[in-house]
Every structure is written in structure tokens, then in C-alpha cells.
Design a protein around this ligand. Structure first.
Ligand code: FO1
Length: 323
């Protein structure tokens, strides 16, 4: 059995995974953890392959992430990015730190040797012992783009970091998704899992983009998967905790509430994703409606304020399906 399998995005997902690792460490018999991480934010930049969500998880669980900015390395410097800006190379609004560039150069050199992204992740993790297994959702390049009002496509990173998701978006497009396939180990981990967790990541551009890779959603929702699926709400008191999840939810016509996200993910017994859904105490009013729909529900404070607190949140979520 592949233990605890977690679908996760970047910054919020990394903090959630730190809680999953701590929760398992506190158990008498810790189970293996497999993170299936979103690759839709990835981009080619200055000739290098950037994989923000994989890097956020790797750096955070290695304890070398910049806790303040939420992305990149602690103790970072930006000498090379100043040079790139002077040459007009890359995106001036997307800073690649010097240490971070080390990761991108290593990744790109291996990719150029023909190593698939999943192999690159394995090699990077030989250096950072993060205590969990991390899989990219796919080895194929499937990048999230935004279709703007005028019909043009903009890369997610430009919309997100340059425009702070303030440009009205008509829809999200995962370019090339039709021909993509899950990375080695992804479907097997889902099928063999003891329990599957949906992290407090952006339901649209982190979790949704994982589910949109062919066969992922179908496998998760098929009854061959015996593991219960429990999610933790990324919305607290009707507001997105991190990033601009509300802008993304609005784009797909989903209300920014704990209940609306659960309904969006759907109930497992009706062909959806979730068996159980944990909300913040501020959203307890939503629980009655969700329970009537058939969700197993619970509530507690959900701010991932510390590793201990994150582990307590994970334990509370697991308790919903380990009755
Ligand atoms: N986010 C920003 O808001 N500004 C940046 O300059 C920036 C640079 C950056 C470099 C590497 C990396 O892995 C992530 C970076 N991010 C930056 C965050 C990134 O947009 C997010 O991690 C995700 O892509 C969105 O969740």
C-alpha cells in the first residue's frame, strides 16, 4: 500500500504537506507519503525549465524555503537576475534568485540529457532529504494559460505574478493536456493508497489542473480506488487564505465558500471526488447543507500557522475517514 497520497499545489500545498509529514511522524507506525504535485504553473524562462510548485514543496520540506515570500530559497541573492534584466532576458517581474537558478540549471541540464521530469525530481531529491515521495503529475509539458476577454492566451505565471490575477479571465486552458499522461507512479499511488488527501491548494489552478491530466480524475473517481478521499477547505470565512483563489473560482463560476468548493469537487458516491470535507470553524454554517448532500464533515481552525498546527489539521481531516 502506498500510504498517504496527497494532491497538492505550491505554497499552500507545501505547508499542508509539512503537516502531513509531521502527523505521520507522530504516529506509532508512520505510513509512507506520496505527494502528487501540480505542474501547470511550469514555464520556460531564460532558457531554463521552471517548476514552481515542485520547488515550493521541495524547498519547504527541506527547510530551505523563504518562509516570508512563500516561494524560492531563504538567504537568496539576485545578482544573476539583475544581469538577465540588463540583457532583457526572462521576465523582469519574475525574479529568479541565484540559489534558485542552481536548481533550474541542474533541472534543465538533465532534461536536455533526456531525463524525464519525474527522473529530474528524483535526482534533485537525492540532495534534499524531504522525507516524502514527490511525483510531478505529468512528465509532459502542460502549462496553464488564461484566455483573456479579447480571446488571447496569457501564461498563468504572467497573469498571476505580473497582473496579480486582476485581469478578467474568460477561462483557464491547460495547453497540450489532451495528449499528456500521468507521470510514472501517479496512478499506481492513487490505486494503492490507504488514504487520499486533497491539500488546501487552489482548487482551480492547482488541484483542478492535477485532476485534468487524463486518467487522474477517472482513476480517483473509479471505485477501483479503495482509499477514502478527504479534502481540507482552502477557503476560510468565505475568503481565500492564499493567493488569489477567489479570482480563479470566479472565473469558473464557483462561489468562494467552503461549501461551494466541496460541491465543485463533488461527492464520491455520486461520481465526484470527496468522501469527507474539513472546514474552518468560521464556516460551520455550511456543514448542515454538506452533510445533507452526503459529505462526511468536520470543522476546526484551519490556519496552517505552524507545523504542529498543520499536523493537528491533518489529523482532524484523517479522523473524518478513519472512523
Ligand atoms: N511569485 C511572485 O509573485 N513573484 C516572483 O517574482 C516569483 C518568482 C518565482 C520564482 C521561482 C518560483 O519557483 C516561484 C516564483 N514565484 C514568484 C511564485 C510563483 O508564482 C508561485 O509559486 C506559483 O507559481 C503560484 O502558486
Amino acid at each position: 500500500m502506498s500510504g498517504v497520497v496527497v494532491l497538492a499545489g505550491g505554497v499552500g500545498g507545501a505547508r499542508f504537506l509539512r503537516g502531513v509529514r509531521e502527523a505521520e511522524r507522530r504516529r506509532e507506525n508512520p505510513r509512507p507519503i506520496t505527494a502528487i504535485v501540480n505542474t501547470g504553473d511550469d514555464a520556460w524562462l531564460a532558457g531554463l525549465r521552471i517548476t514552481p510548485d515542485l520547488d515550493s514543496v521541495m524547498y519547504t520540506l527541506a527547510g530551505v524555503n523563504d518562509e516570508t515570500r512563500g516561494w524560492g530559497r531563504v538567504g537568496e541573492s539576485e545578482r544573476v537576475s539583475g544581469e538577465l534584466r540588463s540583457y532583457g532576458v526572462g521576465w523582469p517581474w519574475f525574479t529568479l534568485g541565484d540559489l534558485d537558478l542552481g536548481t533550474h540549471i541542474a533541472r534543465t541540464s538533465w532534461l536536455r540529457e533526456g531525463v524525464p521530469l519525474s527522473g529530474v525530481v528524483e535526482r534533485l531529491l537525492e540532495r534534499w532529504d524531504i522525507g516524502i515521495r514527490m511525483l510531478p503529475t505529468t512528465d509532459d509539458e502542460v502549462e496553464t494559460h488564461i484566455e483573456l476577454e479579447d480571446g488571447s492566451l496569457m501564461h498563468f505565471q504572467e497573469w498571476w505574478t505580473r497582473h496579480r490575477a486582476a485581469l478578467p479571465a474568460k477561462r483557464f486552458v491547460s495547453v497540450g493536456v489532451e495528449s499528456a499522461r500521468p507521470a510514472p507512479g501517479v496512478l499506481e499511488a492513487i490505486i494503492d493508497a490507504d488514504v487520499i488527501m486533497i491539500a488546501t491548494s487552489n482548487p482551480v489552478v492547482s488541484i483542478g489542473t492535477i485532476l485534468d491530466i487524463p486518467f487522474v480524475r477517472e482513476t480517483l473517481e473509479s471505485m477501483t480506488v479503495k482509499a477514502p478521499v478527504v479534502g481540507v477547505s482552502p477557503i476560510i470565512a468565505g475568503a481565500a487564505v492564499r493567493g488569489m483563489a477567489d479570482a480563479c473560482l470566479r472565473t469558473i463560476g464557483v462561489e468562494t465558500s467552503a461549501a461551494a468548493v466541496a460541491r465543485h469537487y463533488g461527492l464520491r458516491s455520486e461520481g465526484g471526488l470527496l468522501d469527507a470535507w474539513l472546514v474552518d470553524t468560521a464556516d460551520e454554517d455550511d456543514l448542515e447543507e454538506l452533510a445533507e448532500l452526503g459529505f462526511i464533515t468536520g470543522s476546526r481552525p484551519l490556519l496552517l500557522s505552524s507545523v504542529e498546527e498543520s499536523a493537528d489539521i491533518v489529523d482532524a481531516a484523517l479522523a473524518l475517514v478513519h472512523r
